[in-house]
Ligand binder design. Structure first.
Ligand code: CU
Length: 589
């Protein structure tokens, strides 16, 4: 009697446990707190552990939790502040992927957040509505070090950002987070028998952290209980190095409505969709006629390998050649007020004309070589102290990315989004004719047949001759191995380094490093002007202004700046006149 009762109860508990573990987790939505009309977010990067496999803890890192982080919600036009506290026990940074912000607020490798410190980024939200994400962007000493971007993202530091605007506010599309507007953060991972993540499993994982197990929102091949209606999925490929060729198990059509940086002009019906690392797509799936049925989301790798090979042999693994399941959908009752149709027009995308670019006849070249041990762009491996490209403020430019390697590379450019002009592997597909910030550049097909993509991008604001933006491959191990460069946008009217060298010369700080409470700034100027002297933090915030609009005549000058109360660290002294500025690095010990 007891035994008969016992067996079904145990079975029920096991099934219930598996079922509950397999439910798609939805990251919490964080709308920030309003602080003096600034939408303010607090993010804590820390280490703990996560249960992916039943009863086994995997050491992980996350934002405000053990793995991944909250989905941040912002609206175009918001003034935003993000306080990021690092308790990882190692240096890190946090980058707002896809955001059009000043370089100093970008969270790239120059905006270091040392352990136990807080970095604050403040900016106006200029991007239009889309799906973005945040993740560390820290340059490791050696590419496979765990404190690099690849290591930190792999441990779990990645999460989504949703930006809304007046266009999406007015559109009748699914937009209730967690109900009919669902984030899907797709990653591949591998596990050791003790539950720890296995970082490097085999080729191609000898050089890239790829896995053999699919996670969505931090759960292994989960199931979404999808209401029988139109559901919008915001898909982020947050994998270190794997691209996917998405499609449903019944080969149904779905609609793509958004790409990296915004809505598409109109919904595009597809039954396959390529997504490379760091790309985002928004799709709408119509489950209206599927009540009580189950459907899977697959990567149709067996088709993809022929259409768009991302790794050549022998760098392929089973998931580059064989179809596999990413997650499932179990269709449940519709909500009370479902969206049942999509508008035929979503937004207006003004397309750039290649002829309007300043360099339309000679595109700015970026040549990718996947060398060993260092990967390069234009022959250079990333050096934090080298500015690779200088761009004039106001330019609309064509960039031509040429891939000489046998691996496809997802090329990401920081700053404002770009548009795709051409591809070497056929016409630009409809779903790439929107706003993009990552573009998958095809592999070379032999020595004389490189993969080439041309993009067009505006550089209309945020001139800064000191703090650069990055461009890089978003296969994180390639980025960490140096497939990354830096560009600055300079305003030749007010901040030309060349011109300023003629106006202000022989500038120096002494002593430097300084442990006294004063530092001398010495410079020679050829024009009389009003000068402002400021102390700027390593992350670009003005800490103190020493002299404001001080009248300075021509000739050599020495001023004493008071550093009392300034803690040790790396700073900059900015010497700014109406005609330009120079910045000198100052180490306080
Ligand atoms: Cu790459």
């Amino acid at each position: 009697m007891n035994r008969i009762l016992y067996i079904p109860i145990v079975l029920f508990l096991i099934i219930a446990q598996i079922k509950s573990q397999n439910n798609l987790p939805i990251p919490p939505l964080d709308t920030g707190t309003w602080n003096n009309e600034v939408r303010t977010f607090d993010l804590l990067m820390s280490n703990s552990s996560t249960e992916f496999l039943p009863g086994i803890q995997t050491p992980t890192s996350g934002y405000n939790g053990s793995y991944l982080g909250p989905t941040l919600l912002m609206h175009k036009g918001d003034n935003v502040a993000l306080n990021v506290t690092n308790q990882l026990g190692e240096n890190s940074t946090t980058h707002w992927h896809g955001f059009h912000v000043p370089a100093i607020m970008d969270g790239g490798p120059h905006q270091m957040i040392p352990h136990n410190t807080t970095w604050t980024a403040t900016f106006e939200m200029l991007n239009q509505a889309s799906t973005f994400w945040y993740h560390p962007h820290h340059k490791p000493t050696f590419w496979s070090d765990s404190d690099g971007t690849g290591g930190q993202v792999h441990r779990g530091l990645a999460a989504m950002i949703i930006v809304e605007d007046e266009v999406t506010d007015g559109l009748d599309i699914p937009k209730t987070y967690g109900v009919d507007d669902i984030p899907l953060i797709i990653q591949d991972r591998a596990f050791n028998p003790d539950g720890t993540f296995r970082e490097f499993i085999n080729l191609p994982a000898l050089v890239v952290r790829t896995g053999d197990t699919m996670l969505v929102n931090g759960a292994i091949t989960p199931t979404h209980n999808a209401p029988a209606q139109m559901i919008r999925y915001r898909i982020l490929n947050a994998s270190n190095g794997r691209s996917y060729y998405l499609g449903f198990s019944d080969n149904r059509d779905f609609y793509q409505i958004g790409s990296d940086g915004g809505l598409l002009e109109s919904p595009i019906a597809l039954n396959r969709l390529r997504i490379s690392p760091a790309e985002r797509v928004e799709i709408v799936v119509d489950f209206s006629n599927d009540l009580n049925s189950t459907i899977d989301l697959l990567s149709y790798a067996s088709e993809f390998i022929n259409i768009f090979p991302t790794y050549p042999p022998p760098l392929r693994d089973a998931m580059d050649t064989t179809d596999y399941r990413i997650m499932g959908f179990s269709v449940i009752d519709a909500t009370s007020d479902p969206i049942t149709t999509l508008p035929s027009t979503l937004t207006d995308i003004p397309l750039y004309n290649e002829n309007d670019a300043v360099n339309n006849t000679s595109p700015r070249p970026f040549v990718i070589v996947n060398g060993a041990p260092l990967a390069t762009i234009n022959g250079a491996s990333m050096d934090l102290n080298v500015i690779n490209e200088t761009i004039q403020l106001g330019n609309l430019e064509v960039w031509e990315i040429t891939n000489l390697s046998g691996v496809a590379h997802p090329f990401h450019i920081h700053g404002a989004p770009f548009q795709v002009l051409s591809r070497s592997n056929g016409p630009v597909p409809e779903n790439e004719k929107g706003w993009k910030d990552v573009i998958l550049v095809p592999a070379a097909q032999g020595m004389n047949n490189p993969g080439v993509v041309k993009v067009i991008k505006p550089f209309l604001d945020f001139a800064d001759d000191t703090f650069p933006y990055m461009y890089h491959c978003h296969i994180l191990e390639h980025e960490d191995r140096g497939m990354m460069g830096q560009y600055v946008v300079i305003d030749t009217v007010t901040t030309s380094i060349g011109e300023m060298n003629e106006i202000i010369s022989d500038s120096r700080l002494y002593p430097n490093p300084v442990d006294a409470n004063t530092v001398q700034v010495e410079f020679l100027t050829t024009v009389a002007d009003e000068f402002t002297f400021s102390l700027v933090s390593g992350t670009g915030q003005i800490i103190q202004t020493f002299f404001e609009n001080k009248q300075v005549g021509t000739g050599k000058h020495i001023y004493t700046l008071n550093l009392e109360g300034i803690p040790s660290g790396m700073y900059f002294i900015s010497i700014k006149s109406k005609q330009g500025s120079v910045v000198k690095k100052l180490i306080r010990i």
